[in-house]
Design a protein around this ligand. Structure first.
Ligand code: KG4
Ligand code: ZN
Length: 338
């Protein structure tokens, strides 16, 4: 069975065809980063309009590359995300589903991220712990099976990707700044400054990144006033990255121990961070799984495979959805009525 995956929840138009027998057949991604960069963040209206322009041509290209005329099913991101952007994917998927007379599956964006490691040659077995780290989310999820998700912890304020982006902005890097900040950190000393590791010494598995962000802001201000900022930018970036990674890895280890889980997956845009990957691999006693770099950030392949796995487990066509907010815990196993 061939499943067409469509992702339009934020600023990437992602399309892919996943075959349940042959794996990923074709994919395409259009990033809107250049359109939003001058505004220093994603402008929802501009995002939605660009999805309208890009989506159908990308679908045509991906079907051609996959060598098929039409898929057997369509999976689309139905939330959470920017509602105008989601409506483009939802409307297109449901329109094509009507024309092609095939099932259309509404996929939760974070379920897409947490199933992305399933695209790799050695996918993790259930159960596993998922650390989901993106521009909008920071979550620890105990994953028992497809659709059986227990959220153990989440951020009380900023997402970790947001903290990377805000720190990058303070250091004069472009938007989104996570990858640029990591590159700058490579030239700095991570022990140069002592920054907070929020909530690491407290019970529970929640995160908080606003205190770390404020500490960096004050540090940048003080260093700028001392006329020292140019010499210190890389040190600040490295110290920030170390504090953020220590916090993420520390909480993940605590949660895995508490739940008795021996496998961890790290997914979402910040999962592309090399220090996070190497620290998790070095410190977690069990096995760590990651999607490859390009499937950490938003893409159509993770939505296609999430739809395919749901269909394989007895999932069926869904009601038409596009919702800004959608709790991951509210999902149920495919085949169960929601
Ligand atoms: O999952 P994603 O593509 O979009 C959302 O659903 O949010 O994640 C984007 C986030 C941004 O905050 C970006 O700065 C961050 O992932 N990011 C990184 C790296 N690459 C992307 N953060 C740290 N290190 C990286 N190498
Ligand atoms: Zn995402």
């Amino acid at each position: 069975m061939n499943v067409l995956g469509i992702e339009t929840s934020c600023d990437e138009t992602g399309v892919a065809v996943y075959s349940t027998t042959h794996g990923l057949l074709a994919e395409a991604l259009h990033s809107q980063v250049d359109l939003h960069a001058i505004y220093g963040g994603v402008v929802p209206e501009i995002a939605a309009r660009d999805h309208v322009r890009r989506l159908l041509p990308l679908i045509e290209r991906v079907l051609r590359d996959a060598g098929i005329l039409r898929p057997d099913a369509i999976a689309y991101t139905a939330g959470p995300g920017l509602v105008g952007a989601l409506m483009v994917g939802s409307g297109t998927a449901n329109g094509l589903g009507l024309a092609w007379n095939c099932p259309v599956i509404a996929v939760h964006h974070m379920e897409g991220h947490l199933l992305a490691p399933m695209l790799e040659d050695e996918p993790p077995d259930f159960p596993f712990l998922a650390l989901l780290v993106s521009g909008g989310h920071t979550m620890l999820v105990s994953v028992h099976a497809i659709g059986a998700y227990e959220v153990l912890g989440t951020t009380l304020d900023d997402a970790v990707g947001e903290a990377f982006d805000k720190t990058a902005k303070l250091l004069g890097l472009g938007y989104p700044g996570g990858a640029a900040l990591a590159a700058l950190a490579a030239d700095g000393r991570e022990t140069a400054y002592v920054l907070p590791r929020p909530l690491l010494d407290r019970p529970g598995f929640d995160f908080s990144f606003s205190g770390l962000k404020t500490a960096v802001m004050l540090l940048v201000k003080k260093t700028t006033e001392a006329g020292d900022i140019d010499r210190r930018r890389a040190d600040i970036a490295a110290s920030f990255q170390r504090a953020a990674v220590d916090t993420l890895v520390g909480k993940t280890l605590q949660a895995a121990r508490h739940e008795g889980l021996e496998r961890v997956i790290v997914a979402g845009g910040v999962g592309a961070n090399r220090l996070l990957r190497s620290e998790m691999a070095n410190r977690f006693p069990g096995r760590v799984f990651y999607p490859r770099m390009e499937y950490c950030t938003d893409n159509g392949a993770m939505i296609a495979i999430a739809g395919a796995l749901r269909l394989a487990d007895g999932g069926d066509a869904d009601e038409i959805r596009a919702q800004a907010r959608w709790r991951l815990e509210s999902l149920s196993a495919p085949g169960d009525t929601r």
